[in-house]
Design a protein around this ligand. Structure first.
Ligand code: CTP
Ligand code: MG
Length: 229
């Protein structure tokens, strides 16, 4: 099916993190957050990575990640206004011959390579897959007035993570359709679902958190202490 490359969106502004250092470059166990994400993907292994940095910060990222970049096939491009646009720009930079695309948030440094391999296996079978964990809390649907409209059936609810893995053709078709329709979505799987195509859930780990707010950094340090690399 061709080679497997990763696209790593890391072009967000980290608004919820705040602070002056880009959240992707904050140090976690002595290394930038995004470097842990890249290392996990290289350990899978993938054949190469397109890292999507914020516009104007490409050289900053290249400097912070120079060791890992010098030893591996990592291309840096700049992202867009939303996550979909950033993944789309990363996709365009993939070399010819790529058959499988592993989309993984730069902000998920704790993913385990074994889980990425499982997601890749299911994507080869189904065309699209995503890591996910069963929802632990009861989830309710409410209106803007914060009045509950419905309690959703917890046994059917999954919290999705990344990586999300796709065949190259399917991801291309999904992004083209979403761009044409002005649909942003919050993940790539939803773009594929809009096409009416199946997406296979692959049970992951609760520890694969997304670094979003400052307390996530404390949590990530703790989790890393439990599972030293
Ligand atoms: N992302 C991106 N391009 C954007 C927006 C988001 O590449 N225009 C990436 C982020 O860098 C991150 C992932 O998508 O790796 C998930 O997004 P999120 O955790 O929301 O990160 P930010 O958008 O940076 O944070 P915030 O929403 O708090 O601003
Ligand atoms: Mg965001």
């Amino acid at each position: 099916m061709g080679s497997a490359w990763a696209v790593v969106p890391a072009a967000g502004t980290g608004t919820r993190m705040g602070g002056t250092v880009n959240k992707q470059l904050i140090e976690l166990s002595g290394r930038p957050v995004v470097e842990h994400s890249l290392r996990a993907l290289l350990a899978v292994p993938v054949d190469g990575i397109v890292l999507v940095a914020p516009p104007g910060e490409e050289s900053n990222f290249a400097r912070a990640l120079k060791d890992i970049i010098s030893l591996n096939r990592i291309i840096i491009v700049h992202g867009g206004a939303d996550r979909r646009e950033s993944v789309g720009r990363g996709f365009m930079a993939l070399p010819a011959g790529v058959g499988l695309v592993v989309v993984h948030d730069g902000a998920r440094p704790l993913v385990r390579p074994v889980r990425v391999r499982e997601a890749m296996k299911e994507a080869r079978r189904w065309g699209a897959s995503t890591l996910a964990v069963p929802v632990k809390d009861t989830v309710k649907l409410a209106g803007p007035d914060k009045l509950v409209q419905e309690t959703l059936p917890r046994e059917l609810l999954w919290q999705v993570q990344t990586p999300q893995v796709f065949t190259r053709e399917l991801l291309l078709e999904a992004h083209r359709a979403a761009a044409r329709d002005g649909y942003s979505g919050t993940d790539d799987a939803s773009l594929v679902e809009r096409l009416g195509h199946s997406v296979k859930l692959v049970p992951g780990d609760y520890t694969n958190i997304k670094i979003t707010t400052p307390d996530d950094l404390l949590l990530a340090e703790k989790i890393m202490g439990l599972n030293p690399a």
